[in-house]
Design a protein around this ligand. Structure first.
Ligand code: PMP
Length: 429
């Protein structure tokens, strides 16, 4: 069933570290051979052995309208004929910036970069340059890309691989990153009190998606905003996952909370390598060449990436009730899975909001990294493989969110729920 994937993985291991270009793809925590993909359309991915999967990672977020969404594909084809890169400004970059600013509340300027990592790294540098302070507070199990400052108590692949401290990140850099449990305001207050006038920024995933999907408890984000206001700290919302996904204006709109800086990735590039950071003019104008906080990129604002992102964002912007429909799909899947897992007598928690969700096998609520780590990840591993064999591609780690796309139909939801029932029967047998 996975013959060609197995052969490719063997070859890949000889020329690419671990056989993959990003760790979570390697199936390390669930075991087995990663599936090598060939093409994808709508809600489905097809591997090199000809197997079809209903896709619940959707490129870890960008494919919110499904794979190979025709207007995006066409736009890329057209723009590629004009040149794949200029290294000089284009009108398209202005148009994209205007569209983003019109969709997202509370931002006046945006700088495009090439990944979510770059976006978060640059936003932190800006916060440091703006405040003249060094330290940052982040949350255990949150992931903000692989810049040195964020590889402390990080989620996603760092958590999946169980890496406690990352070799290569110097002690002096790590010392400036303070981390506390998610959803724990008193812990943040204590850290701030212990480091007066030293904290440049608090960075948070407004919905955590890198330790499964974990929701902010009522008052948590408001509390962070308040602490930042009282202490002159820059509040950075990492909306790499949640931006343009939870609402047109992301988590800021959904929760009605203002961030000082916002970072984006994934959807903003329509599947091309793009990230962005944005905020009020007063802070953003500290970025070079307007200000002295240096940040640059040979391929930043790349025309192919810009037109892909623009076309996708415009489609989301112009759709009258896109986010309601997307949430209805998620709710239907959540209800189906709960009933399938319940009928099988398996303790489980299904966290969900908008089009993000995850399943943890635990009898208690999953609210932070400690509770996520305590869930039955051996059962998740078996569930993952049973689902994969039945044509459902879940994130290959319990420390990741599932992403629902608009291409997902009721028949796909039914198919997934049936697969979950059959998977549980197979696991129990
Ligand atoms: N922030 C968050 C919240 C993310 O989920 C990710 C990637 N999953 C990043 C930052 C880093 O983005 P990238 O992988 O594009 O560098």
């Amino acid at each position: 069933m996975f013959t060609k994937s197995q052969a490719l993985f063997e070859k890949a291991g000889k020329v690419i570290p671990g056989g993959v270009n990003s760790p979570v793809r390697a199936f390390r925590s669930v075991g087995g051979t990663p599936v090598f993909m060939q093409h994808a359309k709508g809600a489905y991915m097809y591997d090199v052995d000809g197997n079809r999967y209903v896709d619940y990672i959707n490129s870890w977020g960008p494919m919110i309208l499904g794979h190979a969404y025709e207007p995006v594909v066409k736009a890329i084809q057209e723009y590629a004929t004009y040149s794949t890169s200029f290294g000089a400004p284009t009108e398209l970059e202005v148009t994209v910036a205007e569209l983003i600013i019109s969709m997202v509340p509370n931002i006046e300027m945006v700088r495009m970069v090439n990944s979510g990592t770059e976006a978060c790294m640059s936003a932190l540098r800006l916060a440091r340059g703006y405040t003249g302070r060094n330290k940052v507070i982040k949350f255990e199990g949150n992931y903000h890309g692989h810049a040195d400052s964020f590889l402390v108590s990080a989620g996603s692949g760092v958590a999946t691989l169980g890496i406690q401290s990352v070799p290569g990140v110097t002690a002096s850099v790590a010392e400036d990153t303070l981390s506390v449990p998610y959803n724990n305001l008193p812990a943040v207050e204590q850290l701030v009190a212990e480091h007066p006038d030293q904290i440049a920024a608090i960075i948070v995933e407004p919905v955590a998606g890198n330790m499964g999907c974990i929701l902010p408890q009522p008052g948590f984000l408001e509390g962070l905003r308040d602490i930042c206001d009282k202490n002159g700290i820059v509040f950075i919302m990492d909306e790499v996952m949640t931006g343009f996904r939870l609402a047109k204006g992301g988590a800021q709109e959904l929760f009605n909370i203002k961030a000082d800086l916002v970072t984006f990735g994934k959807i903003i590039g329509g599947g091309m390598p793009v990230g962005a950071f944005a905020g009020k003019r007063e802070i953003m104008e500290h970025i070079a060449p307007a200000g002295k906080v240096y940040q640059a990129g040979t391929l930043s604002g790349n025309p192919i990436a810009m037109i892909a992102g623009y076309t996708l964002l415009k489609a989301l912007n112009d759709h009258p009730n896109f986010y309601t429909q997307l949430e209805e799909k998620t709710n239907a899947l959540v209800a189906g899975l709960r009933s399938a897992l319940g009928a099988a007598g398996v303790v489980h928690q299904v966290n969900h909001i908008g089009s993000m969700m995850s399943v943890h096998f635990a009898e208690y609520p999953i609210v932070d990294f400690t509770s996520a780590s305590g869930a039955n990840n051996e059962l998740f591993r078996r569930f993952f493989h049973a689902m994969l064999e039945r044509g459902v591609y879940l994130p290959p780690s319990a420390f990741e969110s599932w992403f629902i796309s608009h291409a997902l139909g009721q028949e796909d939801i039914d198919f997934t729920v049936e697969a979950a029932k059959a998977s549980m029967q197979a696991i129990k047998a």
